[in-house]
Design a protein. Structure first.
Length: 202
């Protein structure tokens, strides 16, 4: 049986303090849970803390296309908003969408049979979160959902799911700084990703 290559791309939530000197290190977040779910597959973590869509594009050849994944998960967006409002880094929804399209299209050109999962960013309403982020975040979520439909990818509406979970689990037990998941948060995210990956097998 041929092993699938499953690649997780994103920012610090995916990175989760992985040892970047070891290309097979999966970090301490949701990605190692995925490897445990699929022990016969090859799982890569190429998340980098602080990355936005523009940084993903800059390293897409080495950190995605050269790995030629069978399944690609892209989980990015919160830094595009956060860094815009906190450090005035350039970001518009039009730029976000253009960058995201380039990521998807490059992956599909490399492997027309690739299966792609797009994960929407989430932020809880406390900590570093500011209300003026909301329009950009909502815009990103709408873009990601639309791109998933357009390109035949699956979409994981993570913020909707985690807000629903927060009705029974306090938000700070899911992400104690409103942005970065706790171990429990990572485990719940991994379970949601597993449900989507299993759809690829159906």
């Amino acid at each position: 049986m041929t092993k699938r290559v499953i690649l997780f791309q994103g920012d610090s939530i995916t990175d989760a303090n992985r040892d970047r000197s070891n290309p097979r290190h999966l970090g301490y977040g949701y990605v190692p849970h995925i490897q445990a779910f699929y022990p016969d597959d090859i799982v890569y973590n190429r998340g980098i803390s602080g990355d936005r869509t523009v940084e993903l594009l800059e390293r897409w050849q080495a950190d995605c296309l050269d790995l030629n994944p069978d399944i690609l998960s892209i989980y990015v967006g919160v830094n595009d908003v956060w860094h815009k409002h906190k450090w005035h880094k350039p970001m518009t929804l039009e730029l976000f969408e253009a960058n995201y399209r380039k990521l998807i299209e490059a992956a599909q050109r490399r492997n027309p049979a690739i299966k792609i999962l797009l994960i929407s960013p989430f932020v809880f309403p406390f900590g570093d979160f500011q209300p003026e982020w909301r329009p950009d975040l909502d815009g990103e979520i709408a873009i990601i959902e639309r791109l998933a439909s357009e390109y035949g990818a699956l979409h994981l509406p993570l913020e909707k799911i985690l807000f629903e979970r927060s009705k029974s689990i306090p938000m700070k037990e899911l992400a104690d700084d409103a942005i970065h998941p706790t171990p429990l948060g990572h485990r719940l995210i991994a379970e949601e990703i597993r449900r989507k990956i299993d759809l690829f097998n159906a």
